[in-house]
Design a protein around this ligand. Structure first.
Ligand SMILES: C/C(=C\CNc1ncnc2c1ncn2[C@@H]1O[C@H](COP(=O)(O)O)[C@@H](O)[C@H]1O)CO
Length: 279
């Protein structure tokens, strides 16, 4: 406490607040805690961008905190609209089980349809079943087969988690959401933002047309380069999908022989990129 003496009186009233010294009229007569706890300010600040930045940060903190200890994982994307009685649901369930059997945790969007099928297959096979949900304008819970789940407000935070905590993607048939996730994965690979990250398309009948259009129109117009089509591999077979991931992430030796003659597998311009997990 400073004790400067004033002409004609004692020292001025003085207050230390951390590194701040306040005197005379600058002295505050309530504590920081009192100002926090004793008052209500207008709530509008929670709808401001600076406050949103804090909420976005907290989503990253929650996500990193929850997922940092995951074992090797594969993210599977696919339609929210597949019914439990559809063959695609069964395919998703078998895929989830096969990935779990191979030792992978399985990450999905935690919603219904294919996401549920894949979580269900992984959970039933004794694997770690993870769901990264998203807040939507309508009510929706994580599906019942998610054993470790977190729900996000922001799509872009959730998308970071899908990539950061997986070492491969499998893309099942789907709509706009699935296509967005597929093309984000391809863009990250194409631009070198992630490296050595297998992307496997399940369902040759569903995806062939898109790949053909990419080859004829997009590559044909030189809007991508030929090697870009090597970033993705297509199959109908869950065991093949798992093998491609194990090989592509360096967890299995290379195949003994080329896969020519396998009607269910089409390597689009080459193999899934070889390597390991993204940093
Ligand atoms: C439309 C319905 C439910 C929506 N619920 C979703 N929950 C979680 N994740 C979702 C949801 N919808 C889309 N996604 C994400 O996109 C992909 C599926 O989108 P698509 O357009 O159905 O292909 C999926 O991988 C999620 O990450 C019906 O009840």
């Amino acid at each position: 406490m400073s004790r400067r003496t004033r002409r004609g009186g004692g020292p001025p009233p003085e207050q230390r607040r951390g590194p701040v010294t306040a005197r005379r009229g600058q002295v505050e007569h309530s504590t920081t805690d009192q100002r926090l706890l004793d008052t209500r300010s207008p709530a509008s600040f929670v709808h401001s961008d600076p406050w949103r930045v804090l909420r976005i940060q907290s989503e990253f903190v929650e996500g990193f905190g929850l997922l940092a200890d995951l074992p090797p994982a594969v993210t599977v994307f696919g339609s929210a609209r597949v019914g439990r009685d559809e063959p695609e649901y069964e395919l998703g369930r078998r895929l989830g089980a096969a990935l779990a059997d191979a030792g992978y945790a399985v990450i999905t969007g935690g919603g219904p349809g294919t996401m549920e099928a894949v979580n269900r297959g992984a959970q039933e096979a004794g694997g770690l079943s993870v769901g990264l949900g998203i807040e939507l304008p309508f009510e929706q819970d994580l599906n019942d087969w998610v054993d470790l789940g977190v729900s996000f407000r922001y799509f872009f935070v959730r998308k970071t988690m899908f990539v950061k905590y997986a070492e491969a993607f499998v893309i099942m048939p789907g709509g706009f959401g699935t296509l967005d996730e597929l093309f984000e994965a391809l863009t990250l690979l194409q631009t070198g933002k992630v490296t050595r990250f297998p992307v496997v398309l399940m369902g040759t009948a569903y995806w062939s047309g898109l790949l053909e259009w990419l080859r004829s129109t997009v590559l044909g117009s030189a809007r991508i380069k030929p090697g870009d089509l090597d970033l993705v591999t297509m199959t109908d077979d869950v065991d093949e999908a798992v093998r491609l991931i194990l090989e592509g992430t360096g967890r299995a030796g290379p195949p003994a022989a080329a896969t020519s003659g396998d009607e269910t597998t089409s390597e689009v311009g080459g193999a899934a990129a070889a390597g390991g997990a993204p940093s």
